[in-house]
Design a protein. Sequence first.
Length: 362
Amino acid sequence: MAAQAPGGLSRYWSTAAPVSAAALLGAAAVLPASAAFSAICGVALVGAVLAAVHHAEVVAHKVGEPLGTLVLALAVTVIETSLIISMMLAGGPDKAVLARDTVYAAVMIICNGVIGLCILVGGLRHREQSFRIDGAGPAFAALVALVTLVLVLPGFTTSAPGLAYTGGQLAFAGVESLVLWGVFVFVQTVRHRDYFLPENPQAAGHAPPPSAGMTWLSMGLLMVSLIGVVGLAKVLSPRIEALVRAVGAPDAVIGVAIAMLVLLPETVAAVRAARADRLQTSMNLALGSALATIGLTIPAVVIVSGVFHLPVIFGLPAKDIVLLGLTFFVGTITVGSGRTSIMQGAVQLVVFAAFLFLSLVP
């Protein structure tokens, strides 16, 4: 994820966008939620997304891969987790499945939508692209294990009724998620860092790295941008919920909408990397984000559930388990090849379209 240091016009808009988003968040506390204000918030959200990608690329260019992709993935996931927890606390027992729906939607969006779009865009521009199986394979295996243990297994246990885990099972799910994510970060950044570096270093670009001061400024503006993205998504969530109910769509669509809004910065960054023939960066960002979503969100939700005695349901219904299994089967073929063309991207985008359609028409 290489980028030139910001300058000229880009410096002004990349600073103005996050500042404007933060200002609108403050205004949202006192202004009525009118249609006009919601439209302005929507425009500001898009600007904050683009600014987040810009500043993430500046930071990534300074620290190098794979730390660069970890910066954006970790920042987005921490704030996404905060959004889920705040909505759980505000909604109480009525939000028992919010964490499940959002995490499941994030995994499906990343594994099918983001990766599929990256492969398709990269294939259309460069015909074939490659990435390192050494890094992507173990990362995908960890993701399959975590998602199965957290979202699938609760429907098959017998200690608690329905699709829920017992308190002890929840604690175990939280610990295993955090441990496996921690091992992945150690492998990615320390033990086998070379597994996540591009095979062709020339694809990373030759722009001089930004100064330390510019890097710290971009880091700060990145955090402001991400807070703006998630905060404005929360501001817009009541209108999203009202729209979902107005069209008669299931409540699970709310989780899908929230996940899509929050994942916008990572999606834009990953697609831009693929278009620049840096598919390795796209895969690092996508799989790292999916693992962080499980590894950080689940432990946090488990702790909040225990402290505030809130019910949490993690188990997926049968339809979603089938789609998840299809996602992992197709993903195994894609990751196992190490080379991609538009065909793999098309297949994954079709699965993503099925996920979206069946979320609306279950």
